[in-house]
Every structure is written in structure tokens, then in C-alpha cells.
Design a protein around this ligand. Structure first.
Ligand code: HEM
Length: 475
């Protein structure tokens, strides 16, 4: 939503009225209860609508009709085969423009293609070695704070860790350095992001002290840091292995480079897209592991067999050589894909599975709901890493498993995210075993990414050595 939200909302209504074909079946009467329920618990609502209306349906949410397309064929249609009929900037990702400007998540067409081409080399696997060191160093540092008997909120612990990793690896900023401490860049970034988890109706306000005003204030302060760093690096020629350094010199096929403004927007986008997603994945993984001690045993046995006294090797962390861990990661991302919804806007009217969808309609695919369809994943509520054996994976239908999206806009940070989760999980498991705090009951918050709503209180134990018995019982 931009600086004039009301005119945007009115335009949405005009677009809806101008629709030349009807919306797919669904619930299209205005309902505040439905809107509230969707904000609180979208998964059961989407699964219920899928049962009643099939893979393409409409729900009236907030002020407008929103079309949902679920299941393997729908995911493939939106992200791959008909991706060019959908824009990102005019769908609900437009809400991100206020903080992120014109980064990869909010641009389309040729501008997006060129920006992505310029950025891709920064995510090439040859840079991964540098990231392994940064992530391992930060993880070991955070693990040194823990000891058996300690109670911790694993979500908050991982979030701090992921933000430090992001600052160093993406931005080349020392989180303990003078600059970061003087301006609390991490705190400002969290302040900016809190806009996206505030009550939807409050997000429309543009008054002083509104969530929007706080977000803008944080963005202005962050701009001073980011632009300052860009001009310092340009002036001194100083470069490191961080992504900002790579973006400063990156060129596309015609020799074009990113402007300062583009670099600022891309850095902000990467910080946003890159730290919340990995934090949630680590949290949900350890939530499920605490409830499945037999899976922990298999992970520890794998570590004891394959990891030497020097710790995990770079190939073990970068390429998913630890098979048990890989299956646990895949299953975690099936049950809890952090970037759970893919918001788009249709360009032209189209037909899917016998239903017409108008031009300029809000259209979302949804990995979270698609990963919970029983005809695609049997007993979808069960955490079963063995679904993702190499054979199980190969048997999945096209579009069935989309935690990183698909097609030409697949998550650009996928390798980075996977590496980070593998490294944190491997090092944590090699030192400690975690159990859930007594009485903890998970509830899931869904904005901007899905995450444990009230954090993840856990208790730290000595590492249970595989295949020894006596692992802490699941809470
Ligand atoms: C477990 C970790 C992660 C998950 C599950 C994840 C998931 C996703 C998904 C599903 C999309 C596509 C959204 C859509 O189709 O609407 C996406 C896009 C994106 N992700 Fe990630 N992500 C992760 C980590 C990261 C990291 C670490 C970074 C950056 C360092 C990152 C940067 C991006 C960017 C820039 C895009 C937009 C790409 C484009 O449109 O060209 N992500 N991510």
C-alpha cells in the first residue's frame, strides 16, 4: 500500500466492477468475520474452501475479491506455465513498496529480468564458501551462550542470529562494530518490519504514530546507513565477500550497473526476504524434532557417522550431503513453508480448470495449503521426513512441492537459506538436544511469513548421543 491508500482501495473496487467475466465460485459477500478469520487462521479456511469449491475459488477479504488457486497444477500454472500473465507489484506485494522500494519482490517485466540477471552472480555457489564461514562463526558464537539446563526462546535466539548473519553476509556490516551499535540497525529493521504484522485496518492510517509512520521513520534512518555505506565503498573501493560488494560492481549483458537507489532497494529486500524465512524454518524444524525423538536419533547417528571431529565440511553444508537432515529440512518446509502465499494480480482474463478469472483480479497461489492436500501428501498433518527420500521426491507431481516458489522467479536466496538452516541445525544438534517447555502449545502467526506466534520456549539438554537411549521425552 502506498502513501495514498484510499485511492488505491477505490481503484481496486473500480477494477473489480469492470470485470468482464464472473469471478470463480466462493464466498463473495462482504464479511468482517471472514476477513478476521483469514488473518488469524488462513490454512483451515483455505482447505475448507478447496473441499467445497475445488482448486480455484474466490474469497472476499478486506475490501475485494481474492482468487485462490491451490494444488500442483495451480502452482505450476501461476509460477511457471502462465507466469507472464501475473504481476507481483500490483498484487499484495505492493504493501512492501513502502519499506523496500523497487527490489526484486516488487518489480516485474524487463526491469525485473535485468535486475535479477545483475544479481544472480552474487548468489553463485562459488560465493558459498565465504558464507559457510560467516554462518558457522555466528552460530557457534550464539551456541556458546547456551548451556544444559538453560531455557530459551528458540525463535528469538534464531532471529537474532539470522539478522547478524544477514548483516554480515549481505551487507558486510559488523554487527558489533561502531556503526551498527551506534544506530542499532537491527532494531530499526525490526521496527520497519513490524508494520507488516500490525492490524490490517491500522495499516491504512497515515497519521503520526501510525504503523506506517513508524515504518517510514525506520526506513529513513536505515537509508542513511545504507546510502552512507554505498558511497563509502564507492569512494574507497573497499570490497568484501558480502553481497553489497558484489552488487556495487555487478553488470548485466550490456554493461549496465545498478544505481545507488536500486542497490539500496535490493539490499533492503534481501534483508527482509532472507532473515525471517530462515528463522521460521529453524524454529519449526526444532519444534517438530522435539516431538519426534526417533528422528533426532537418526540425525545424531548420521552426524556421528559422517561428521569428523573438525565439524561439518563445506560440501556437507552446501550440497545437502547429510541425507537425514535434508529430509527433515524438506519436510519442515512442506508443513511450514515460511513464504506461504504467492500474491499476484492477473493481467488478462484467463480460464483455469473450467472457471474464468477476470483481468486485474488478485490471484494467490498458496504453498502452505497446497502442501496440506491429502490427495497429494498422505496424512498431511503428520511430520514424516521419509516422504522425501530421493524416490519419494522424484515421484512428486510437478508443482506439488513449492516452498521456494517456481519458474523464473524462484527464490533467489534458496541456496543461501538452505545453507543457513543446515548449518544452524547441524551445529546446534552437534552440541545440544532441545525439548519443548512444559505446556507449550504452538500457534502460528501468518504475517509477513508464518512463524510461531508466541515464540518457541525450549529447554537445553546435553546432546543425546546416537544411538544411545535416553533422549529427552517429547513434551
Ligand atoms: C528457507 C528460506 C527461504 C524460503 C522458504 C524462501 C521462499 C521464497 C519463495 C516462496 C519465494 C517466491 C515467492 C512467490 O512466488 O511469490 C521467494 C522469493 C524470493 N526470495 Fe526467498 N526464501 C528463503 C530464503 C531467502 C533468502 C535467504 C533470501 C536472500 C538472501 C531470499 C530472497 C528472495 C528474493 C529476493 C525473492 C524474489 C525473487 C524474484 O522475484 O526474482 N529468500 N523466496
Amino acid at each position: 500500500m502506498d502513501a495514498k491508500p484510499l485511492s488505491v482501495l477505490l481503484q481496486d473496487l473500480r477494477d473489480e466492477r469492470a470485470a468482464e467475466v464472473p469471478f470463480p465460485p466462493g464466498e463473495t459477500r462482504v464479511s468482517l468475520t471472514r476477513t478476521r478469520r483469514f488473518a488469524a487462521e488462513p490454512l483451515p479456511m483455505l482447505l475448507d474452501a478447496y473441499e467445497r469449491f475445488g482448486p480455484v475459488f474466490t474469497l472476499r477479504l478486506f475490501h475485494s475479491n481474492v482468487v485462490f488457486m491451490l494444488g500442483p497444477a495451480a502452482n505450476h500454472y501461476v509460477t511457471v506455465s502462465h507466469a507472464s500473465n501475473f504481476t507481483w507489484r500490483e498484487g499484495h506485494f505492493r504493501d512492501l513498496i513502502g519499506l523496500m522500494g523497487d527490489g526484486l519482490l516488487t518489480i516485474d517485466g524487463e526491469f525485473h529480468r535485468r535486475s535479477r540477471m545483475i544479481m544472480l552472480p552474487a548468489f553463485h555457489h562459488k560465493h558459498i564458501a565465504a558464507w559457510v564461514d560467516v554462518i558457522s562463526e555466528e552460530t557457534n558464537r550464539a551456541l556458546d551462550e547456551l548451556a544444559p539446563g538453560a531455557h530459551l526462546d528458540l525463535y528469538a535466539w534464531t532471529r537474532r542470529l539470522a539478522l547478524r548473519v544477514a548483516m554480515r553476509a549481505l551487507f558486510g556490516l559488523d554487527p558489533d562494530g561502531e556503526l551498527a551499535r551506534a544506530v542499532d540497525a537491527a532494531g530499526l529493521f525490526e521496527q520497519g518490519l513490524s508494520f507488516y504484522s500490525s492490524e490490517y485496518l491500522l495499516r491504512i492510517l497515515r497519521t503520526p504514530f501510525s504503523p506506517w509512520a513508524r515504518m517510514q521513520q525506520a526506513a529513513r534512518k536505515l537509508d542513511v546507513i545504507i546510502y552512507g555505506e554505498i558511497s563509502r565503498r564507492r569512494a574507497t573501493g573497499q570490497r568484501g565477500s558480502d553481497i553489497l560488494s558484489l552488487l556495487l560492481d555487478a553488470e548485466d549483458e550490456d554493461g549496465s550497473r545498478l544505481s545507488d537507489r536500486q542497490i539500496r532497494d535490493e539490499v533492503m529486500t534481501l534483508l527482509f526476504a532472507g532473515h525471517d524465512t530462515t528463522t521460521s524454518t529453524v524454529s519449526f524444524m526444532f519444534y517438530e524434532l522435539a516431538r519426534h525423538p526417533a528422528v533426532v536419533e537418526r540425525l545424531l547417528a548420521e552426524q556421528d557417522e559422517q561428521i569428523s571431529g573438525q565439524g561439518p565440511t563445506a560440501p556437507q553444508l552446501t550440497s545437502g550431503e547429510l541425507e537425514q537432515l535434508e529430509m527433515v529440512l524438506d519436510e519442515t518446509l512442506r508443513m511450514y513453508p515460511p513464504a506461504w502465499i504467492g500474491p499476484r494480480r492477473s493481467v488478462e482474463a484467463f480460464e483455469f480448470e473450467g472457471h474464468a478469472v477476470p483481468a486485474r483480479a488478485f490471484v494467490n497461489y498458496c504453498s502452505w495449503a497446497s502442501h496440506h492436500l491429502p490427495e497429494v501428501f498422505e496424512d498431511p498433518e503428520e511430520f514424516r521426513p521419509e516422504r522425501f527420500t530421493p524416490e519419494g521426491r522424484a515421484a512428486l507431481a510437478k508443482g506439488a512441492y513449492v516452498p521456494f516458489g517456481g519458474g523464473s522467479r524462484t527464490c533467489i536466496g534458496m541456496r543461501f537459506g538452505q545453507l543457513e538452516v543446515r548449518t544452524i541445525a547441524t551445529l546446534l544438534l552437534s552440541r545440544f538436544t532441545l525439548s519443548l517447555a512444559d505446556g507449550f502449545k504452538l500457534s502460528v502467526r501468518q504475517m509477513p511469513t508464518i512463524s510461531p506466534k508466541h515464540g518457541l520456549p525450549m529447554v537445553v539438554h546435553e546432546r543425546a548421543r546416537a544411538p544411545a537411549a535416553g533422549l529427552p521425552a517429547a513434551a
